[in-house]
Design a protein around this ligand. Structure first.
Ligand code: C2E
Ligand code: MG
Ligand code: MG
Length: 289
């Protein structure tokens, strides 16, 4: 059993290397199994939710879209952060079903806003590696788009650099299929991955999301916002739009505006909100833009 644990670790994280069994390994593996089984139960009991965080147009403060973010509220009432449970769902293969649910829920939510928001208000969904590897990923998304009677420009797919470079040829073909239906593609957490810049040439990407470490994190300070600035110029050269992630202060908002960034997202405007509070947020922002 111990050898099995070490072998599994080696296969997942240390290909081609040796892993020596340690008690902590077994404990970590057991914790993950427990979390996975709790996650399965939570999913089957409909205890997962999506929250939505607004995208703000920086020059006039208009609410022009939102990113959907998974939330898991346990029976005890506390939230387990997606950074903890998504990797586990990924490893177990559960992420495909979970991702389908996210897409259906987010698109249904967007459809429910018709009349309350502008036509081009978009909902963004995060897509994981396992979903992207599914042959019919694009078809499923397009089917959902039609069944909710949405237009392509009302939906955006966010993927990270590591997903984009997994298998560039097939990823490209899937993204093109989405694009042909008007769905836009955003590169998430841009600047933190290890992809080469040529990926921007090879894939159809509409928007770069500047990682929050360059906006409000440690990398924003030295030298002041120069990374963010460089990314904005890069995006402009490739005719891509930009979103600054993690704007927390008015200072950062103005700095991002000055770098030529068109949109922002962050606690300064709002945390991710459940459906009810998002509607409240929309009402208030109509009243006091
Ligand atoms: P992400 O896609 O980059 O999402 C942005 C994260 O930054 C969210 O964390 C959001 O709550 C947080 N954030 C937003 N504004 C601020 C700010 O001003 N300051 C700070 N410090 N943080 C801010 P969250 O919700 O914990 O999600 C973490 C990550 O989990 C996401 O990063 C995404 O990679 C993943 N994730 C969330 N939902 C899904 C999903 O439905 N599917 C997949 N595949 N991944 C998801
Ligand atoms: Mg995202
Ligand atoms: Mg991000």
């Amino acid at each position: 059993k111990d050898a099995g644990v070490a072998l599994k670790q080696a296969k997942h994280f240390y290909r081609g290397q040796t892993v020596r069994f340690a008690v902590e390994l077994a404990e970590a593996a057991r914790d993950r199994m427990q979390l996975l089984s709790r996650l399965r139960t939570a999913f089957s009991r409909d205890r997962l939710q999506l929250h939505y965080q607004p995208f703000i147009r920086l020059h006039d403060g208009a609410v022009i879209g939102a990113e959907s973010l998974l939330r898991w509220k346990t029976e005890e009432g506390h939230y387990i952060p997606p950074d903890q449970f998504i990797p586990i769902a990924e490893q177990s293969g559960m992420m495909v079903a979970l991702g389908d649910w996210v897409i259906t829920t987010a698109l249904r939510w967007r459809a429910s806003l018709v009349g309350d928001v502008d036509d081009d208000f978009r909902v963004a969904v995060n897509v994981s590696l396992m979903q992207m590897r599914e042959d019919d990923f694009a078809e499923k998304l397009i089917r959902c788009l039609h069944s909710q009677q949405l237009k392509g420009h009302q939906v955006e797919v966010e993927l990270t650099e590591s997903i984009a470079v997994d298998d560039v040829t097939t990823v490209k073909q899937k993204l093109k299929q989405l694009r042909d239906h008007g769905i836009s593609i955003a590169m998430d957490d841009f600047g933190t991955g290890y992809s080469s810049l040529s990926i921007l040439n090879r894939l159809p990407i509409d928007r770069l999301k500047v990682d929050r470490s360059f906006v409000s994190g440690h990398a924003a300070d030295e030298p002041r916002f120069s990374m963010a600035h460089t990314i904005m110029e890069l995006a402009a050269n490739f005719q891509m739009q930009t979103v600054a992630e993690g704007i927390e202060t008015t200072n950062q908002r103005h700095a991002m505006g000055q770098t030529g960034c068109s949109e922002g997202q962050g606690y300064l405007f709002s945390k991710p909100l459940d459906e009810y509070h998002f509607r409240e947020f929309l009402r208030q922002s109509h009243a006091h833009p």
